[in-house]
Design a protein. Structure first.
Length: 213
């Protein structure tokens, strides 16, 4: 994406609000000569921000704006948006895990082993399914009900929000553990964060709002 100058941003704003508009009219709004404005108009047209039609004037290219917003989203990294993971030890009882889930108001807990490495994922559904009709929740460890490696879908800090979103949609899950690989051969990963559908939606709204300012 081309970084625009202040004048080019002003031109885009004028065309967006008043288009179609001629180059001479834009120049008059900016108190410039048509010749002084010509290089900026050429850059904005070649970059796709503006469309030009002979004897009509300049139009704002809304399709290009949407494309730019999509490109910004694609380039955002998980590392910049990951949140602190809500962690329990895999030996934690299901009862205590349920309490933790509701205290933290999250949909997923991450279980770690004695070395602090990711051992499992426990969803709200896992806990609800286990709790129905089970009277021994304080005796039942999370290790019995959690999803274990290698069946855990993970994401790394260097992956993009788009890649994270695709994994969630493809696997029908609401969140992903963000991990750093320690030994991929035996599925050893250090848990460094979490990212959720809500996080990704918030990032998209942030990008949209930045472009509307």
């Amino acid at each position: 994406m081309i970084k625009l100058t202040k004048r080019q941003d002003e031109i885009l704003k004028i065309v967006k609000e008043s288009g179609p508009i001629t180059g001479q009219q834009i120049a008059e709004k900016l108190s410039l000569t048509r010749a002084a404005l010509r290089p900026d108009l050429a850059i904005l047209t070649m970059a796709g921000n503006l469309d030009a039609r002979p004897r009509v004037g300049y139009f704002f290219n809304h399709n290009h704006e949407v494309k730019q917003q999509a490109e910004q989203f694609v380039l955002r990294k998980v590392a910049d948006y990951k949140a602190h993971p809500i962690v329990v030890e895999k030996s934690t009882s299901v009862y205590d895990a349920i309490v933790q889930l509701f205290l933290e108001d999250v949909g997923t807990l991450y279980a770690v082993d004695s070395d602090g490495y990711l051992a499992g994922v426990i969803s709200r559904k896992d806990l609800l399914r286990t709790a129905i009709g089970n009277k021994d929740l304080q005796e039942l460890p999370c290790s019995v009900i959690m999803t274990r490696m290698p069946n855990i879908i993970t994401v790394t800090p260097d992956e993009t929000l788009l890649e994270a979103a695709k994994k969630m949609i493809t696997n029908h899950i609401d969140s992903l553990p963000v991990v750093k690989e320690i030994n991929p051969g035996n599925h050893t990963y250090l848990l460094v964060g979490r990212i959720t559908k809500t996080t990704i939606t918030r990032a998209y709204l942030e990008i949209m709002e930045q472009n509307l300012v």
